[in-house]
Design a protein. Structure first.
Lengths: 111, 112
């Protein structure tokens, strides 16, 4: 079945550092891919998505490109802020109309 | 805008007790689901519903029941709580055919 694997955290960076959180998927076909973000004490929110190969999703300075060759959807941001501290989940839309989540990566940004 | 509302936010149960976690959405979404979030395991699907009167099992359904009598509500029942059910529970909803899910703020459940 479909699965999503993302890099384990926690990840700790200084403000203005470059961020990459790796995500790879295993799926039949080419599912839609997502990044969700969970701020402390809140539920998950959709951060960005890509629905087909080579699409780039972007939002709030974050980007991720759907790479079918490497079955990856890595999350990047050029200059992180303290307010980006959260847990980030990579996810894939499965053929059974379900969303499959990765295990989450906790990101902490130091001022 | 209310979105997806979960109650309670926190709950402590004794082993063997039963309880219902409430979930309501006001966006007329057909699809609703319950997840549990455990450290290092991400979100795992418990049960889901594609519309009123229709429910199905997810990845980890044992020990939980659901019903969907209305489009708005999707309660999750713990029949006999066990310590292994200590977790954070999230309800989510979306339109059928849409891939964007909307989540509630979660219920932190501790079973002692």
């Amino acid at each position: 079945g479909n699965s999503v694997t993302q890099m384990e955290g926690p990840v700790t960076l200084s403000e203005e550092a470059f961020l990459t959180i790796n995500c790879t998927y295993t799926a039949t076909g080419y599912p839609s891919l997502f990044w969700y973000v969970q701020y402390p004490g809140e539920g998950l929110q959709l951060l960005l998505k890509a629905t087909k190969a080579d699409d780039k999703g972007s939002n709030k300075g974050f980007e991720a490109t759907y790479r079918k060759e490497t079955t990856s959807f890595h999350l990047e941001k050029g200059s992180v802020q303290v307010s980006d501290s959260a847990v980030y989940f990579c996810a894939a839309y499965s053929s059974a109309s379900k969303i499959i989540f990765g295990s989450g990566t906790r990101l902490s940004i130091r001022p | 805008n209310a979105g997806v509302t979960q109650t309670p936010k926190f709950q402590v149960l004794k082993t063997g007790q039963s309880m219902t976690l409430q979930c309501a959405q006001d966006m007329n979404h057909e699809y609703m689901s319950w997840y549990r979030q455990d450290p290092g395991m991400g979100l795992r699907l418990i049960h889901y519903s594609v519309g009123a009167g229709i429910t199905d099992q997810g990845e980890v359904p044992n020990g939980y029941n659901v019903s969907r009598s209305t489009t708005e509500d999707f309660p999750l029942r713990l029949l006999s709580a066990a310590p292994s059910q200590t977790s954070v529970y999230f309800c989510a909803s979306r339109l059928t055919g849409s891939t964007e899910a909307f989540f509630g703020q979660g219920t932190r459940l501790t079973v002692v």
